[in-house]
Structure formats: structure tokens, C-alpha cells
Design a protein around this ligand. Structure first.
Ligand code: PLP
Length: 369
């Protein structure tokens, strides 16, 4: 017996070279980081006060429950009812949606389980499927398909699990409800379950992104997060909701892995589920930055997409080379290939830097043209 071999199958870390170069460039020019998707905006003003209040209760220093505090769960269910008009079959609290997504994959996937992953996408899905030795098919979501996974691929590959993320990081696509309905139908036909990452549900500009549970409550587990909606990536608050057996599978894995999210964090988080003002204010800021970047890209003649999320997806000749060129000028963006197949000729710009920094980045970019 040896140690786990599948770790050696993980793709090489593409950002190593960029990280090295970033250090070198930082010696001569100030770096503007439009690479990571970590909001620069302030968290809600009441948060510190809510946390201090929560700390008054002695119980908060003890082990939390595995599934989350009853009050927070019930508030999250109410949020689902108000936001999407549905009551999830089951809902649990996560230590950030990333934790839940990874453990949910673990709870569904065995060696040989057939997993269909739309790429380019958040690398957690593919890398966990690789570590678990799943039979994987990646289906590039491309502009010709309007960045939607082709339902024909589901019918052909007959997966056990389909992983989807809309609003999409990095393509910014928001899947319309009619598409999700069609996809749910083909998934039912082949007996697949849907793992749906809705972490950017509150970052939109025109139409509101739907929940997959509106059309697939019987076969889907969905992940939401307060990280981006309320600028609290460091607090680690997420939710898994959906078909009871799928949620309970995840809970089984979590019972043997973690001991839940700190009670004081959960208590302080309750107010965020009633707070629609912070996401609204965020959307206003991102809309302003999005306009700034869009005007530049339009003027410079690029094809780009900025549907939902706080990213802009830009088509260039070779994403890796382009990102290196921008880095020479001190501007960090993410080469699309870092998010998987289909991302080769793109870069991703994150709008999570102050307006002035974005403006300066665009000026540096313009000088390269
Ligand atoms: C598509 C997507 N899903 C999930 C996450 C994880 O968010 P969190 O764990 O903070 O809830 C991220 C974070 O960048 C993301 O981009």
C-alpha cells in the first residue's frame, strides 16, 4: 500500500510563474491586483456590534452544532423564500461555500463516479473530482454556446453528477431559468444529480439570477454564500440547500470532518440575512467600475462579457501571454487557462479594487496598446 496517488494527477499550479514575476515587478512598480475576487468594500457597519453582543452569551464558546444554529438556518430558509419564492427541502450552515462544495463532492463521488464539469470554472470542482479518482468529463462552456453547458453533453456522457456555477466565475454568464429547467429535465432523464454553485447570486446588474432549486428541488444541492454579497470573505459563512438526501450526505461527511461554524459568527451573521442594503450598495459600486472597464474595452476593440459577478471576461489572443504582458506594467489579472479548458484565449479582470486603482490599471494597459 502506498499513499494517495491521485494528488500527483492534479494539474500544475499555473500561477507559480506569475507569482514569481509579481515579486520581481513589485520592486520597480506598484502592483495593482485585479486578479483575486476578494471585495475591497467595507462589511456592514453593524457587524462588529453584533459580534460583541453575541460574545456575551457563554454558550458561544462551546462546540457548535454540525448543521448550524436553528435561528440562522431558519433565517436562511426565509431568505430563500423571499429571494426565490421557494422553501428548500433542507438547509445547513457551512464554513464558507468552498468547504461545503468540496465536502459535497466527497459525499457524492467514489472512484469511477461519472462527473461532468463545465469549464472554465472555479478549480475546486475539478481538482476534488481528480483527487477522488472520478471518471471526469470537462465540457468547455464557450461563447458559441452562450457560455451554457450543452444539454446534449449530459445525454451523451450520462453523468452521475453535473457541476454547474451560474452566475459564472469566470465567464460572468447568468443562466436563465428556462435553461436550468431544460438542464434539469435531461439530468432526470439520465439519473444525474446537480451540484449548483450560486455563490454570486447577489452580484447582478440587470436580471436577478435564479436558484436551481426553483426547477430542480428533487435532484439538486445548491451553495450560497455571504462572502461576496456582504463583503465578509474572511468570516466564512455559506449555506447548502436542496434535496434532503443530498444535503444529509454532505452533513454526514461534515460530522466526521469539522465541528461547525463558530456560534458567535453565526449569531452575528443573522442580521446579514435581513440586510438587503449592503448587496444593493455593492451592486452600485460594481456597476460603476464595470462601466469604466467596459468603456475602455469597447474603445480598445476587445470582445468582453460582464453579465453577473464582479468579474469581466475578456477575449485576447493568448491569455497567459497577455497576463504576463500586463504584469510587466504592474497589473495583475487572471489568465483564463487558470480556470480550466476553454479559458485559453481569455483573461479575467476582478472589479474588487478601488475605482482609482482600476483607472490607473486601465491607463497602464492603454499605454501597452
Ligand atoms: C464560484 C465560486 N464559488 C465558491 C466560492 C467560495 O466562496 P466562499 O467559500 O467564500 O463562500 C468562490 C470564491 O471565490 C467562487 O468564486
Amino acid at each position: 500500500m502506498g499513499l494517495r496517488e491521485t494528488l500527483s494527477k492534479l494539474p500544475p499550479y499555473l500561477f507559480a510563474e506569475i507569482d514569481r514575476k509579481k515579486e520581481e515587478v513589485a520592486k520597480r512598480v506598484e502592483i495593482i491586483d485585479l486578479g483575486v475576487g476578494d471585495p475591497d468594500l467595507a462589511p456592514p457597519p453593524y457587524l462588529a456590534e453584533s459580534l460583541l453582543e453575541a460574545l456575551q452569551d457563554e454558550r458561544v464558546h462551546r462546540y457548535p452544532s454540525y448543521e448550524g444554529e436553528a435561528e440562522l438556518r431558519s433565517k436562511a430558509v426565509k431568505w430563500y423564500e423571499k429571494r426565490f419564492g421557494i422553501t428548500p427541502d433542507d438547509l445547513i450552515v457551512l464554513i464558507g461555500s468552498k468547504e461545503g462544495i468540496a465536502h459535497s463532492i466527497f459525499s457524492l463521488v467514489d472512484r469511477g463516479t461519472r462527473v461532468l464539469i463545465a469549464t472554465p470554472s472555479y478549480p475546486v470542482y475539478l481538482n476534488w473530482a481528480i483527487m477522488l479518482d472520478a471518471e471526469i468529463k470537462t465540457a468547455p462552456i464557450v461563447v458559441e454556446n452562450d457560455f451554457l453547458l450543452d444539454p446534449e453533453v449530459v445525454l451523451e456522457f450520462k453523468p452521475d453528477v453535473v457541476v454547474l456555477n451560474y452566475p459564472s466565475n469566470p465567464t460572468t454568464k447568468i443562466a436563465p431559468i428556462s435553461y436550468l429547467k431544460e438542464l434539469a429535465e435531461v439530468c432526470r432523464k439520465v439519473g444525474a444529480v446537480i451540484l449548483y454553485d450560486n455563490a454570486y447570486s447577489e452580484i447582478y446588474f440587470d436580471e436577478k439570477p435564479p436558484s436551481v432549486l426553483e426547477v430542480a428541488p428533487d435532484i439538486a444541492i445548491e451553495f450560497t454564500s455571504l462572502s461576496k454579497s456582504h463583503n465578509v470573505t474572511g468570516w466564512r459563512i455559506g449555506f447548502a440547500a436542496g434535496e434532503k438526501k443530498l444535503v444529509q450526505r454532505l452533513l454526514t461527511v461534515k460530522k466526521y470532518t469539522d465541528s461547525g461554524l463558530q456560534i458567535f459568527v453565526q449569531k452575528a451573521a443573522e442580521r446579514m440575512l435581513d440586510d438587503e442594503e449592503t448587496p444593493r450598495a455593492n451592486r452600485k459600486v460594481y456597476a460603476r467600475r464595470r462601466k469604466m472597464v467596459s468603456e475602455f474595452l469597447k474603445r480598445a476593440g476587445y470582445d468582453y462579457w460582464a453579465g453577473g459577478t464582479f468579474f469581466v471576461w475578456v477575449r485576447v489572443d493568448n491569455g497567459m501571454k497577455f497576463a504576463e504582458k500586463l504584469l510587466e506594467a504592474g497589473v495583475v489579472v487572471t489568465p483564463g487557462i487558470g480556470m480550466g479548458d476553454g479559458g485559453e484565449d481569455y483573461i479575467r479582470i476582478s472589479l474588487t479594487a478601488p475605482d482609482e486603482a482600476i483607472k490607473e490599471a486601465l491607463q497602464r494597459w492603454e499605454r501597452l496598446l
